[in-house]
Write a protein of this length. Structure first.
Length: 492
């Protein structure tokens, strides 16, 4: 399942889940955490039922759950592209029919016990097992030649076990008369035998991996060729939209150009002193797919060019729309307030598409935009002032500061609130970077002394600080999952 956030604090984000159940809420314990107004601590739950269908149910939230603008009661089955509202957050669900990718774990192998070597009158204890995220300390040898050989072979066995996920051959006890040292020839032969064994294993693994990659590549190429032959692969989408309003005391212009997964937004508003141009690259296929679907269903591609309006008007509104999905190209020009319903449907789709990238100025007046930015700024200041109360407060404050900066950066000259939010954002980002660096030092320390409780807490705090769509967050989540699994298998 893929979730594409249409608005709110996570506007423009796209996440994919491979879990059969996804809890949604404001608290850290949820799989999908949405820190915004109107979202309860444990708000809703997405589940894949035995028939393979995705459903959503309300968990007794205050503001309820809406699907396609309608509030639900109980459990509701979802369809591809449904719009879900959780409090003030809206997102679309896609790829509902796709099978979840398999989760491959890399278990920590147990080390085959090695017979203890005699050192003086005592014995040498076995080395402890190694947990995920910890450092491996080399075994220390003694002056006894026989003990040194055992240490070398035990280290070799442990390294092979960690590499291949299974046990390596047992280390044989040195043979000789009355348990004495083995002959140099026998020692050399045993080393050559071990080297050949591990070389063969490595070669087999490399061959198997190469064969799998080649097989999957051939299967993917065959699927793409089949889609292309059947005409299922959709052509690239290019959209240009421009709206211009000329009044006696103001000129407003908005333009959007989408081409090759790159979109450029432009706004000019003389009265409110807004001059804004922003470019986004590598637009998600989901966002483009939703816009394409809205365009195709609107009927605008078969719409005839309307006649020019008659009579003079106090205000002059002109709109231009160019859609290119080769080999089909459509261009329409509309003058005046009244436009065909198909054209207005495409305008609504473009407005929602722009809002997913934080550009809500199409539907908001300058006064409404300033008021919304002020609400986000006050909330961000409150979260930043209480950043030590909960690690997640600092991350949420950064998200709010970003919203204020992106909303007000289009005003020229810059507003005082924009400058305050920009400076505070830089300060908060620097503080978070220092905290994440300290947590990395703590991870190395706790891993070195095998303090698993401290190591687990490091991963949790890292997830609370990092952005949920960042590599740092994903790495900490995977390490926490592997550590919990490792500890559970050993009953710790």
């Amino acid at each position: 399942m893929k979730i594409f956030f249409v608005n709110g604090v996570r506007s423009g984000d796209e996440v994919e889940f491979a879990l059969p159940e996804i809890t949604i809420g404001r608290e850290d314990g949820n799989i999908l955490r949405i820190p915004t107004e109107g979202v309860s601590r444990f708000h809703a739950c997405l589940r894949r039922n035995p028939a393979g269908k995705w459903t959503i149910c309300d968990q007794g939230s205050t503001n309820g759950v809406k699907v396609n603008r309608m509030r639900i009661s109980g459990e509701r089955e979802l369809a591809e592209g449904d719009l879900v509202e959780i409090g003030d957050q809206t997102f679309r669900v896609t790829d509902l029919a796709s099978a979840p990718p398999p989760v491959i774990f890399n278990p920590i192998p147990s080390i085959t016990p090695v017979a203890p070597a005699e050192v003086g009158n005592g014995t040498r204890p076995l080395e402890p097992e190694i947990a995920p995220g910890t450092a491996v300390e080399p075994l220390r040898s003694t002056s006894d030649d026989r003990t040194e050989r055992l240490v070398d072979l035990a280290s070799l066995q442990g390294n092979a076990s960690a590499l291949f996920g299974g046990g390596a051959p047992d280390v044989a006890k040195p043979s000789g008369e009355n348990g004495g040292a083995a002959s140099p020839r026998r020692k050399t032969s045993r080393r050559l035998s071990n080297t050949a064994y591990y070389t063969i294993i490595v070669c087999l693994v490399v061959i198997a991996v190469a064969a799998c990659i080649k097989m999957f590549s051939q299967q993917r190429q065959a699927v793409e060729e089949k889609k292309s032959a059947a005409g299922l692969e959709e052509p690239p989408l290019t959209v240009f939209y421009e709206k211009e309003v000329i009044l006696p005391d103001n000129v407003f212009r908005f333009a959007m150009q989408l081409e090759d997964r790159t979109v450029v937004f432009t706004i000019d508003d003389i009265d409110s002193q807004r001059h804004y141009e922003r470019k986004f690259e590598n637009i998600s296929h989901t966002g483009i797919g939703i816009l394409r679907s809205r365009i195709n269903s609107s009927g605008v591609l078969t719409l005839a060019q309307p006649d020019a309006p008659r009579g003079a008007d106090v205000e002059k509104i002109s709109r231009r729309l160019v859609i290119a999905a080769l080999p089909q190209v459509k261009e329409l020009r509309i003058i005046g307030k009244v436009a065909p319903s198909a054209f207005e449907e495409v305008e609504s789709a473009i407005t929602e598409f722009a809002e997913t990238y934080g550009l809500q100025t199409i539907s908001l007046t300058p006064e409404e935009l300033r008021a919304q930015a002020e609400v986000h700024f006050r909330k961000a200041e409150d979260l930043y002032g209480n950043r030590e109360a909960r690690p997640g407060n600092l991350r949420d404050a950064i998200m709010r500061y970003r919203l204020v900066v992106s909303s007000l950066e289009q005003f020229s000259p810059p507003l005082p609130m924009w400058e305050q939010a920009r400076r505070r954002l830089e300060e908060a980002e620097a503080l978070r970077a220092r905290k994440l660096q300290n947590l990395e030092y703590e991870r190395n320390r706790a891993g070195g002394i095998k303090d698993y409780a401290a190591l687990r807490q490091v991963f949790i705090e890292t997830m609370a600080l990092a952005d949920e769509d960042s590599k740092v967050y994903d790495t900490a989540r995977q390490r926490l999952f592997k550590l919990d699994r490792w500890l559970e298998e050993r009953g710790k």
